[in-house]
Every structure is written in structure tokens, then in C-alpha cells.
Ligand binder design. Structure first.
Ligand code: AMP
Length: 217
């Protein structure tokens, strides 16, 4: 199975879509954001640095991100394909990723870009809630993706929380960062003929159907 990379602005639904691909195809899901959120819970110098950087919406420095990606991709479960989300986030990271892939004998696979406009994202971000136990994602401002019981996960009964960076100020920083730093990698992958664009302003099911078509090709 080909590897899958997701590129999307913040709150475009890439985490939700990646989880759907995981359940259907049983691939490991490597999200730098998730790994960094785990590190941010540590009571250490790195933990403190990552926690502050995440809350500000800025990017964590490359030396930390490269190391965690390399270590994760070397694990056996990545041999038959994996989903990578949140990395690379700029051209330097894309070039570094190419080197890591080459060392491991892997290919970039399908790069899936989820397109969605800024206003829709802004509305989504303030309502996003995540389950602290299973990571399921909800949106309390959208009846179609609200939890059945307030603050409780439908899947596992876990408690729902709001990411510290899911506020308008942090969103603006992350969105600007996306336009400046991440958007240039779209061309990088277009030139490699591996980019597929999907309209993300649709229901979760419809977006997934479009993504699944790409994967099945
Ligand atoms: P995400 O869950 O992908 O929205 O990522 C949340 C936050 O984690 C970002 O705003 C960054 O602070 C940090 N982060 C995630 N991936 C990377 C990366 N590839 N390089 C640097 N920082 C990252």
C-alpha cells in the first residue's frame, strides 16, 4: 500500500480523515501534532518548550521534529505503508523528509491536499473538541458532529477537551504560517506528480469518499 501524506490548513479535518483511513486500511497514523502534544505533557525542559510553542501557534524547532519523525518511521509497523500528517510543514522539512525516505527506501506515496477557505476554518476551530482517551474529534458548533452528551465521547465515554491552540489568535498565527510556509510545499509535490486535491468544505463522509477514491486508484 502506498504511503499517504495529508496537507491541510489548521482545522480542515485532516485528523478526522486520517483516522477514517486508519480504520479502513489499518495503517499507522503518524501525526507530528499528536506526538508533540504528548511531549508537551512532560515536566522537562523539552516538555516546557513544546507546550509554550504549541500554545503560541508557532512551529517547533526542526531538530526536535526531525528526530521524532525519523525514530517513528524506522519502526517496523511503517514497512507496509503509513499515514503522515502535520509533516512536512515547510520546504526545508520536505527536503529533509526526502532524505529520510531515501535512507529507509520508502516513497512519498499519495500526497492529499484538503482545500478549505479561511472563514469556514475560523468557525470550525472555536467549536473543536477532542476525546482525551481515544482522540475522537467533535465540533460543538455543528449538530452533525456534536457529541450526543455534552463533554462526553460517543465512542468511549472519555472526557472531551479543547486544544489550547484552538482559539482565534492562535488560529490566525497557524493559518498565516500555513500560507507562508506550508503552501510552497504544494508546488513541490505537484512537480513530483504525487499531489491530489480534495475539497474539504463538505461532510466528513463525502470528503472521505473522495480521499478513498484516490487511495484505491
Ligand atoms: P497540528 O496538530 O498538525 O495542527 O499541529 C499542532 C502544532 O504542533 C503546530 O501548530 C506546531 O506548533 C506543532 N507542529 C506540528 N507538526 C509540526 C512540524 N512538522 N514542525 C514543527 N512544528 C510542528
Amino acid at each position: 500500500m502506498k504511503n499517504i501524506m495529508f496537507i491541510a490548513p489548521p482545522a480542515a479535518g485532516k485528523g478526522t480523515q486520517a483516522e477514517l483511513v486508519v480504520s479502513k486500511y489499518n495503517l499507522p497514523h503518524i501525526s507530528t501534532g499528536d506526538i508533540l502534544r504528548e511531549i508537551s505533557k512532560e515536566d522537562s525542559e523539552v516538555g516546557n518548550y513544546v507546550r509554550e510553542t504549541l500554545a503560541s501557534g508557532n512551529l517547533v524547532k526542526d531538530e526536535i521534529t526531525y528526530k521524532l519523525i525519523e525514530e517513528r518511521l524506522k519502526k517496523d509497523d511503517c514497512k507496509n505503508g503509513y499515514i503522515i500528517d502535520g509533516f512536512p510543514r515547510n520546504l526545508d522539512q520536505a527536503r529533509e523528509y526526502d532524505k529520510i525516505l531515501q535512507d529507509l527506501g520508502y516513497e512519498v506515496g499519495n500526497v492529499i491536499l484538503i482545500n478549505i477557505d479561511e472563514k469556514t476554518l475560523e468557525n470550525r476551530i472555536v467549536g473543536r473538541r477532542l476525546c482525551e482517551d481515544c482522540g475522537a474529534i467533535y465540533n460543538i458548533n455543528d449538530p452533525k458532529s456534536s457529541p450526543k452528551v455534552e463533554s462526553v465521547c460517543d465512542n468511549c465515554g472519555g472526557k472531551l477537551y479543547q486544544r489550547t491552540d484552538d482559539n482565534l489568535e492562535s488560529f490566525q498565527t497557524r493559518y498565516q504560517m500555513y500560507l507562508e510556509k506550508t503552501a510552497p510545499i504544494i508546488d513541490y509535490y505537484k512537480k513530483q506528480n504525487v499531489l491530489h486535491e480534495v475539497d474539504g468544505d463538505d461532510t466528513v463522509e463525502n470528503v472521505f469518499a473522495k480521499i478513498d477514491e484516490i487511495i484505491k486508484k
